[in-house]
Ligand binder design. Sequence first.
Ligand code: PEP
Ligand code: MN
Length: 342
Amino acid sequence: MSSMERIWIAGPCAAESREQLMDTAAQLKEQSALAGIKLHYFRAGAWKVRSIPEAFSGAGDAALPWLQEVQETFGVPVCVEVMNTHHVELCAKFGIRIVWIGARTSVNPVEVQKIADAVRHSDFTVMVKNPIIPDLKLWIGNIERFQNADIGMVMAVHRGFTDAQENIYRNAPMWQIPIELKVAEPDLPVLCDPSHLCGHVQWIPQVAQLALNYGFNGLMTECHIDPAHALSDASQQMAPADWVQMLKDLDLRSEVSNLELVKQRSMLENIDNQISELLYQRMKLVDEIAEIKRNNHIAVVQPHQWQQVVKRYQRHPEDQPYSDFLDKFLELLHQTSINRQN
Ligand code: PEP
Ligand code: MN
Protein backbone atom coordinates (compact mmCIF):
# COMPACT_ATOMS: atom_id res chain seq x y z
CA MET A 1 0.00 0.00 0.00
CA SER A 2 3.01 2.22 0.10
CA SER A 3 4.02 4.11 -3.01
CA MET A 4 1.78 7.24 -2.96
CA GLU A 5 2.11 10.30 -0.74
CA ARG A 6 0.49 9.81 2.67
CA ILE A 7 -2.73 11.75 3.35
CA TRP A 8 -3.13 13.42 6.75
CA ILE A 9 -6.66 14.28 7.89
CA ALA A 10 -7.45 15.84 11.27
CA GLY A 11 -10.29 17.63 12.98
CA PRO A 12 -12.92 17.19 15.64
CA CYS A 13 -15.32 14.30 16.01
CA ALA A 14 -18.27 16.70 15.84
CA ALA A 15 -18.91 20.24 14.69
CA GLU A 16 -19.94 21.86 17.98
CA SER A 17 -19.77 25.59 17.26
CA ARG A 18 -18.24 28.05 14.81
CA GLU A 19 -15.55 28.98 17.36
CA GLN A 20 -14.63 25.37 18.13
CA LEU A 21 -14.17 24.64 14.41
CA MET A 22 -12.25 27.85 13.64
CA ASP A 23 -9.99 27.50 16.71
CA THR A 24 -9.22 23.83 16.06
CA ALA A 25 -8.49 24.48 12.38
CA ALA A 26 -6.31 27.52 13.20
CA GLN A 27 -4.21 25.49 15.64
CA LEU A 28 -3.88 22.52 13.31
CA LYS A 29 -2.92 24.74 10.39
CA GLU A 30 -0.43 26.84 12.34
CA GLN A 31 1.28 24.01 14.22
CA SER A 32 1.49 21.66 11.26
CA ALA A 33 2.97 24.45 9.10
CA LEU A 34 5.63 25.11 11.77
CA ALA A 35 6.53 21.41 11.72
CA GLY A 36 6.59 21.25 7.92
CA ILE A 37 3.63 18.86 7.87
CA LYS A 38 0.81 19.21 5.38
CA LEU A 39 -2.76 19.05 6.71
CA HIS A 40 -4.49 17.63 3.64
CA TYR A 41 -8.09 17.74 4.85
CA PHE A 42 -9.89 19.09 7.91
CA ARG A 43 -12.61 16.72 9.18
CA ALA A 44 -15.73 17.29 11.28
CA GLY A 45 -19.05 15.49 11.69
CA ALA A 46 -21.99 17.86 11.24
CA TRP A 47 -24.48 15.06 11.88
CA LYS A 48 -23.42 12.39 14.35
CA VAL A 49 -24.81 8.87 14.61
CA ARG A 50 -25.09 8.25 18.35
CA SER A 51 -26.13 5.11 20.17
CA ILE A 52 -28.44 6.84 22.65
CA PRO A 53 -30.88 9.64 21.81
CA GLU A 54 -29.69 11.93 24.64
CA ALA A 55 -26.14 12.10 23.23
CA PHE A 56 -24.92 15.22 21.40
CA SER A 57 -25.56 14.61 17.73
CA GLY A 58 -23.62 17.46 16.11
CA ALA A 59 -24.71 20.96 15.20
CA GLY A 60 -26.51 19.62 12.11
CA ASP A 61 -27.29 21.72 9.04
CA ALA A 62 -26.14 24.85 10.91
CA ALA A 63 -22.55 23.58 10.77
CA LEU A 64 -22.26 23.80 6.98
CA PRO A 65 -21.62 27.58 6.75
CA TRP A 66 -19.04 27.26 9.55
CA LEU A 67 -17.27 24.48 7.69
CA GLN A 68 -17.32 26.54 4.51
CA GLU A 69 -15.72 29.38 6.47
CA VAL A 70 -12.99 27.04 7.76
CA GLN A 71 -12.29 25.88 4.22
CA GLU A 72 -12.08 29.42 2.85
CA THR A 73 -10.16 30.93 5.77
CA PHE A 74 -7.47 28.28 6.06
CA GLY A 75 -7.34 26.98 2.49
CA VAL A 76 -7.70 23.39 3.69
CA PRO A 77 -10.38 21.19 2.07
CA VAL A 78 -13.01 20.14 4.59
CA CYS A 79 -14.55 16.67 4.73
CA VAL A 80 -17.82 15.68 6.37
CA GLU A 81 -19.73 12.45 7.04
CA VAL A 82 -22.88 12.04 4.97
CA MET A 83 -25.67 9.60 5.79
CA ASN A 84 -28.25 10.54 3.18
CA THR A 85 -28.82 12.47 -0.03
CA HIS A 86 -29.94 15.60 1.85
CA HIS A 87 -26.47 15.75 3.42
CA VAL A 88 -24.86 15.43 -0.02
CA GLU A 89 -27.00 18.29 -1.36
CA LEU A 90 -26.02 20.51 1.59
CA CYS A 91 -22.32 19.73 1.11
CA ALA A 92 -22.58 20.61 -2.57
CA LYS A 93 -24.38 23.85 -1.72
CA PHE A 94 -21.68 24.91 0.76
CA GLY A 95 -18.70 23.98 -1.39
CA ILE A 96 -17.68 20.82 0.44
CA ARG A 97 -16.38 18.29 -2.07
CA ILE A 98 -15.04 15.54 0.20
CA VAL A 99 -17.38 13.31 2.18
CA TRP A 100 -17.16 10.03 3.99
CA ILE A 101 -19.55 7.17 4.62
CA GLY A 102 -19.62 6.22 8.32
CA ALA A 103 -19.22 2.73 9.68
CA ARG A 104 -22.90 2.45 10.58
CA THR A 105 -24.17 3.67 7.21
CA SER A 106 -21.70 1.28 5.61
CA VAL A 107 -23.65 -1.74 6.87
CA ASN A 108 -26.59 -0.73 4.66
CA PRO A 109 -25.87 -1.05 0.93
CA VAL A 110 -29.30 0.33 0.04
CA GLU A 111 -28.53 3.67 1.71
CA VAL A 112 -24.98 3.62 0.34
CA GLN A 113 -26.34 3.21 -3.20
CA LYS A 114 -28.65 6.21 -2.73
CA ILE A 115 -25.64 8.31 -1.73
CA ALA A 116 -23.62 6.96 -4.68
CA ASP A 117 -26.47 8.00 -6.99
CA ALA A 118 -26.50 11.46 -5.40
CA VAL A 119 -22.81 12.08 -6.17
CA ARG A 120 -22.86 10.44 -9.63
CA HIS A 121 -20.90 12.29 -12.39
CA SER A 122 -19.37 14.83 -10.01
CA ASP A 123 -15.92 15.71 -8.65
CA PHE A 124 -16.79 14.53 -5.12
CA THR A 125 -14.17 12.51 -3.28
CA VAL A 126 -15.78 9.79 -1.16
CA MET A 127 -14.07 7.91 1.66
CA VAL A 128 -15.79 4.67 2.55
CA LYS A 129 -15.31 3.51 6.12
CA ASN A 130 -15.45 -0.18 6.89
CA PRO A 131 -18.84 -1.42 8.11
CA ILE A 132 -18.85 -2.05 11.87
CA ILE A 133 -19.28 -5.76 11.17
CA PRO A 134 -16.17 -7.55 9.84
CA ASP A 135 -17.56 -8.22 6.36
CA LEU A 136 -14.97 -7.51 3.66
CA LYS A 137 -17.40 -8.24 0.82
CA LEU A 138 -19.82 -5.60 2.09
CA TRP A 139 -17.00 -3.04 2.37
CA ILE A 140 -15.73 -3.80 -1.14
CA GLY A 141 -19.30 -3.69 -2.47
CA ASN A 142 -19.79 -0.20 -1.04
CA ILE A 143 -16.49 0.95 -2.52
CA GLU A 144 -17.56 -0.40 -5.92
CA ARG A 145 -20.82 1.54 -5.75
CA PHE A 146 -18.76 4.74 -5.73
CA GLN A 147 -16.17 3.50 -8.23
CA ASN A 148 -19.08 2.89 -10.60
CA ALA A 149 -20.49 6.38 -10.01
CA ASP A 150 -17.87 8.33 -11.98
CA ILE A 151 -16.67 10.67 -9.22
CA GLY A 152 -13.41 12.45 -8.38
CA MET A 153 -11.79 9.87 -6.13
CA VAL A 154 -12.68 6.93 -3.90
CA MET A 155 -10.73 5.95 -0.79
CA ALA A 156 -11.27 3.49 2.04
CA VAL A 157 -10.91 4.12 5.77
CA HIS A 158 -10.24 1.36 8.28
CA ARG A 159 -11.62 2.16 11.74
CA GLY A 160 -11.81 -1.29 13.30
CA PHE A 161 -14.74 -3.64 13.87
CA THR A 162 -17.29 -4.32 16.57
CA ASP A 163 -16.29 -7.55 18.22
CA ALA A 164 -17.81 -9.53 21.07
CA GLN A 165 -14.31 -10.32 22.39
CA GLU A 166 -12.66 -8.25 25.10
CA ASN A 167 -10.15 -5.91 23.52
CA ILE A 168 -7.91 -3.11 24.76
CA TYR A 169 -9.20 -0.97 21.91
CA ARG A 170 -12.69 0.38 21.35
CA ASN A 171 -12.84 -1.62 18.12
CA ALA A 172 -10.98 -4.74 17.05
CA PRO A 173 -8.40 -3.85 14.37
CA MET A 174 -8.58 -7.17 12.46
CA TRP A 175 -5.80 -5.80 10.25
CA GLN A 176 -6.06 -8.79 7.93
CA ILE A 177 -9.34 -7.34 6.56
CA PRO A 178 -7.98 -3.99 5.26
CA ILE A 179 -4.89 -5.87 4.07
CA GLU A 180 -7.13 -8.25 2.10
CA LEU A 181 -8.90 -5.17 0.72
CA LYS A 182 -5.58 -3.84 -0.51
CA VAL A 183 -4.78 -7.15 -2.14
CA ALA A 184 -8.16 -7.03 -3.92
CA GLU A 185 -7.84 -3.32 -4.84
CA PRO A 186 -4.12 -2.50 -5.17
CA ASP A 187 -4.69 1.05 -6.48
CA LEU A 188 -7.24 2.07 -3.84
CA PRO A 189 -5.87 4.44 -1.18
CA VAL A 190 -6.61 2.91 2.23
CA LEU A 191 -6.39 5.19 5.28
CA CYS A 192 -6.56 4.30 8.96
CA ASP A 193 -8.72 6.11 11.54
CA PRO A 194 -6.80 5.30 14.74
CA SER A 195 -9.17 7.44 16.85
CA HIS A 196 -12.30 5.33 16.45
CA LEU A 197 -10.19 2.20 16.35
CA CYS A 198 -8.50 2.91 19.71
CA GLY A 199 -11.17 4.87 21.58
CA HIS A 200 -8.44 6.45 23.70
CA VAL A 201 -5.57 8.81 22.83
CA GLN A 202 -3.21 6.60 24.81
CA TRP A 203 -3.08 4.01 22.04
CA ILE A 204 -3.29 6.23 18.97
CA PRO A 205 0.43 6.81 18.21
CA GLN A 206 1.30 3.12 18.33
CA VAL A 207 -1.69 2.11 16.21
CA ALA A 208 -0.93 4.91 13.72
CA GLN A 209 2.64 3.64 13.44
CA LEU A 210 1.46 0.08 12.93
CA ALA A 211 -0.91 1.23 10.17
CA LEU A 212 1.97 2.96 8.37
CA ASN A 213 4.17 -0.09 8.80
CA TYR A 214 1.39 -2.08 7.14
CA GLY A 215 1.53 0.37 4.23
CA PHE A 216 -1.66 2.37 4.84
CA ASN A 217 -1.84 5.53 2.74
CA GLY A 218 -2.68 8.00 5.50
CA LEU A 219 -4.50 8.72 8.73
CA MET A 220 -7.80 10.32 9.71
CA THR A 221 -7.37 11.43 13.33
CA GLU A 222 -9.80 13.21 15.64
CA CYS A 223 -8.38 16.47 17.04
CA HIS A 224 -10.13 19.00 19.25
CA ILE A 225 -9.03 22.40 20.54
CA ASP A 226 -10.06 21.31 24.06
CA PRO A 227 -10.39 17.50 24.11
CA ALA A 228 -11.41 17.29 27.78
CA HIS A 229 -14.53 19.32 27.03
CA ALA A 230 -15.44 17.74 23.70
CA LEU A 231 -19.16 16.98 23.41
CA SER A 232 -18.53 13.55 21.84
CA ASP A 233 -15.64 11.05 21.82
CA ALA A 234 -13.65 13.15 24.33
CA SER A 235 -11.23 10.37 25.28
CA GLN A 236 -10.05 9.77 21.72
CA GLN A 237 -9.51 13.34 20.48
CA MET A 238 -5.96 14.68 20.42
CA ALA A 239 -4.93 18.26 21.10
CA PRO A 240 -3.53 19.79 17.87
CA ALA A 241 -0.01 19.98 19.34
CA ASP A 242 -0.10 16.28 20.24
CA TRP A 243 -1.25 15.39 16.75
CA VAL A 244 1.64 17.32 15.20
CA GLN A 245 4.08 15.67 17.61
CA MET A 246 2.73 12.25 16.68
CA LEU A 247 3.23 12.94 12.97
CA LYS A 248 6.76 14.20 13.63
CA ASP A 249 7.54 11.00 15.53
CA LEU A 250 6.10 8.60 12.94
CA ASP A 251 8.49 6.48 10.94
CA LEU A 252 7.16 6.76 7.40
CA ARG A 253 8.94 3.74 6.00
CA SER A 254 6.62 0.92 5.16
CA GLU A 255 7.80 -2.60 5.83
CA VAL A 256 5.33 -4.35 3.57
CA SER A 257 7.24 -6.87 1.55
CA ASN A 258 5.37 -10.06 2.27
CA LEU A 259 1.62 -9.59 2.64
CA GLU A 260 1.13 -13.13 3.91
CA LEU A 261 3.54 -12.42 6.76
CA VAL A 262 1.84 -9.09 7.50
CA LYS A 263 -1.52 -10.86 7.71
CA GLN A 264 -0.22 -13.53 10.07
CA ARG A 265 1.51 -10.90 12.23
CA SER A 266 -1.65 -8.82 12.40
CA MET A 267 -3.62 -11.84 13.57
CA LEU A 268 -0.99 -12.39 16.25
CA GLU A 269 -1.46 -8.79 17.30
CA ASN A 270 -5.23 -9.32 17.63
CA ILE A 271 -4.57 -12.33 19.85
CA ASP A 272 -2.02 -10.48 22.01
CA ASN A 273 -4.47 -7.60 22.48
CA GLN A 274 -7.12 -10.05 23.59
CA ILE A 275 -4.80 -11.92 25.96
CA SER A 276 -3.65 -8.65 27.46
CA GLU A 277 -7.20 -7.42 28.03
CA LEU A 278 -8.43 -10.79 29.29
CA LEU A 279 -5.61 -11.07 31.83
CA TYR A 280 -6.45 -7.60 33.08
CA GLN A 281 -10.16 -8.49 33.35
CA ARG A 282 -9.27 -11.75 35.09
CA MET A 283 -7.19 -9.97 37.74
CA LYS A 284 -10.02 -7.53 38.39
CA LEU A 285 -12.44 -10.45 38.83
CA VAL A 286 -10.03 -12.19 41.20
CA ASP A 287 -10.05 -9.04 43.37
CA GLU A 288 -13.85 -8.99 43.37
CA ILE A 289 -13.98 -12.67 44.32
CA ALA A 290 -11.51 -11.98 47.14
CA GLU A 291 -13.86 -9.33 48.47
CA ILE A 292 -16.81 -11.77 48.47
CA LYS A 293 -14.71 -14.43 50.20
CA ARG A 294 -13.55 -11.93 52.84
CA ASN A 295 -17.06 -10.72 53.57
CA ASN A 296 -18.34 -14.28 53.88
CA HIS A 297 -15.36 -15.81 55.70
CA ILE A 298 -14.62 -18.28 52.92
CA ALA A 299 -11.10 -19.74 52.57
CA VAL A 300 -8.94 -18.20 49.82
CA VAL A 301 -7.62 -21.48 48.43
CA GLN A 302 -10.16 -24.00 47.21
CA PRO A 303 -8.33 -26.87 45.49
CA HIS A 304 -11.47 -28.18 43.82
CA GLN A 305 -12.08 -24.81 42.13
CA TRP A 306 -8.53 -24.63 40.88
CA GLN A 307 -8.75 -28.10 39.29
CA GLN A 308 -11.68 -26.77 37.27
CA VAL A 309 -9.55 -23.84 36.09
CA VAL A 310 -6.71 -26.14 35.03
CA LYS A 311 -9.19 -28.23 33.02
CA ARG A 312 -10.39 -25.12 31.15
CA TYR A 313 -6.89 -24.55 29.85
CA GLN A 314 -6.36 -28.08 28.59
CA ARG A 315 -8.45 -27.55 25.51
CA HIS A 316 -6.27 -29.19 22.89
CA PRO A 317 -4.62 -32.08 24.74
CA GLU A 318 -3.96 -33.93 21.47
CA ASP A 319 -2.05 -30.97 20.03
CA GLN A 320 -0.26 -29.25 22.87
CA PRO A 321 3.30 -28.38 21.93
CA TYR A 322 3.55 -26.02 24.88
CA SER A 323 2.40 -28.20 27.79
CA ASP A 324 5.47 -27.24 29.78
CA PHE A 325 4.72 -23.55 29.22
CA LEU A 326 1.08 -24.09 30.15
CA ASP A 327 2.03 -25.80 33.44
CA LYS A 328 4.29 -22.91 34.38
CA PHE A 329 1.77 -20.30 33.28
CA LEU A 330 -1.04 -21.88 35.33
CA GLU A 331 1.19 -22.20 38.37
CA LEU A 332 2.08 -18.50 38.10
CA LEU A 333 -1.54 -17.52 37.53
CA HIS A 334 -2.69 -19.47 40.58
CA GLN A 335 0.07 -18.14 42.81
CA THR A 336 -0.53 -14.55 41.69
CA SER A 337 -4.25 -14.87 42.37
CA ILE A 338 -3.65 -16.31 45.84
CA ASN A 339 -1.14 -13.57 46.65
CA ARG A 340 -3.59 -10.89 45.62
CA GLN A 341 -6.38 -12.45 47.68
CA ASN A 342 -4.17 -12.60 50.75
C1 PEP B 1 -16.63 9.63 12.59
O1 PEP B 1 -15.59 9.49 11.94
O2 PEP B 1 -17.04 10.72 12.99
C2 PEP B 1 -17.40 8.44 12.96
C3 PEP B 1 -18.59 8.52 13.49
O3 PEP B 1 -16.75 7.32 12.75
P1 PEP B 1 -17.30 5.83 12.51
O4 PEP B 1 -18.34 5.92 11.47
O5 PEP B 1 -16.05 5.16 12.06
O6 PEP B 1 -17.77 5.33 13.84
MN1 MN C 1 -15.95 10.41 16.73
